[in-house]
Design a binder for this molecule. Structure first.
Ligand code: IPM
Ligand code: MN
Length: 372
């Protein structure tokens, strides 16, 4: 039966396929128990696509992604492709998706589960109850700025260069997403850049300030240099609500924020485009962890970040907030019950049970069964 929900699944490389398998169990459960069905297509991305098609994303897969209501993405990359030509690196597959789908707003929530307060490397009182949202600009900045490349310079030296570049509209549209989201949270936005050393930073601060004055003066706006924010995130992370920043700073700061929660293996993300005439946004959901080649294929990976990415998809692409809540609650309860993949076994591990990828996935499905 057609579901009117077209989903493209791109498991990718490394632990991507393993953690995606656990989400498939939840998708099947949702179809059976909650009548939430999808028309699912699947394709290759990253090294897997490179091996088969000679490119990290085929034009066919790109087309399917553009037509889908949502893309559920695993992870890409690994040592096997370290020597691949730069333009064909597995990561280019993901960057192409982001760029051609125009997914300019990357939402990266960092939330600390009560059950995992001890897994954080920071003191419990610093992180307990933490709930911040990093919004990373995702389709511009130094990731895509031209010119970029390498050459032999006038002195005969090898020289490489990238360009940090932002237009005012690019800054405004991502800041608007931050202000809108803040209104549904604690109504606070922190905008981070390096206005002390970069032209793009100066423009970023100007545009954030202007937009705030024009449309969002009810939201509290503050500015900080990105390096100072890196420090404050470790000193007093709970002072923040929504953080908006550029592509590269957002990449780095969101990895940092994720460790406040105890593990990279927990955090999902949503990458959203602009709404079209019908209000529909192109969207891609992915865990913020990478392909973790060191543990790939061993059944050790934590499927929670991928599971929570699926929950974000239910919420943001399909307006299925109740079902998303249910998946999130199931994850929380499984953690409360003591289930831990290896990445979470730090700090106080009393009363915990070490599990692998599949056992964690099964525990989440079992908990969903109990909740329904
Ligand atoms: C991320 C990743 C990607 C990035 C890589 C895989 C291209 O680190 O999503 O944070 O640098 O954006
Ligand atoms: Mn990253």
């Amino acid at each position: 039966m057609a579901s009117n929900r077209n989903l493209l699944v791109l498991p990718g490389d490394g632990i991507g396929p393993e953690v995606m398998n656990e989400v498939r169990k939840i998708i099947a459960w949702m179809g059976k128990k909650r009548a939430v069905g999808f028309d699912i297509k699947e394709d290759l991305v990253g090294g897997a696509a490179l091996d088969k098609h000679g490119v990290p994303l085929s034009d066919d897969a790109m087309k399917t992604a553009l037509e889908a209501d949502a893309v559920l993405f695993g992870s890409v990359g690994g040592p096997k492709w370290d020597t691949a030509d730069f333009s064909k690196k597995p990561e280019r597959g993901l960057l192409r998706l982001r760029k051609e789908m125009d997914l300019f707003a990357n939402l990266r929530p960092a939330k600390v589960f009560d059950a995992l307060v001890d897994a954080s490397s920071l003191k419990p009182e610093i992180v307990k109850g933490l709930d911040i949202m990093i919004i990373r600009e995702l389709t511009s900045g130094v990731y895509f700025g031209e010119p970029r490349g390498r050459h032999i310079n006038a002195k005969g030296e090898v020289e490489a260069f990238d360009t940090q570049r932002y237009t005012a509209p690019e800054i405004r549209r991502v800041c608007a997403v931050a202000f809108e989201l803040a209104r549904k949270r604690k109504n606070k936005v922190l905008s981070a850049e390096k206005a002390n050393v970069m032209y793009t930073g100066v423009l970023w601060r100007e545009e954030a300030t202007k937009l705030h004055k024009e449309k969002y003066s009810d939201v509290k706006l503050e500015h900080m240099y990105a390096d100072a924010l890196a420090m404050q995130l470790l000193r007093a992370p709970k002072e923040f609500d929504v953080i908006v920043t550029d592509n590269l700073f957002g990449d780095i700061l969101s990895d940092e924020a994720s460790m406040l929660t105890g593990s990279l293996g927990l955090l999902p993300s949503a990458s959203l485009g602009a709404p079209d005439a019908t209000g529909r946004r192109k969207a891609l959901y992915e865990p913020i962890h990478g392909s973790a080649p060191d543990i790939a294929g061993k059944g050790l990976a934590n499927p929670i970040a991928q599971t929570l990415s699926y929950a974000m998809m239910l919420r943001y692409s399909f307006d299925l907030g109740k079902d998303a809540d249910m998946v999130e609650l199931a994850v929380e309860n499984v953690l409360k019950a003591g289930y831990r993949t290896g990445d979470l076994l730090v700090g106080n591990t009393d009363g915990t049970k070490k599990v692998g990828t599949q056992e964690m996935g099964d525990a989440i499905v079992k908990e969903l069964d109990r909740l329904v």
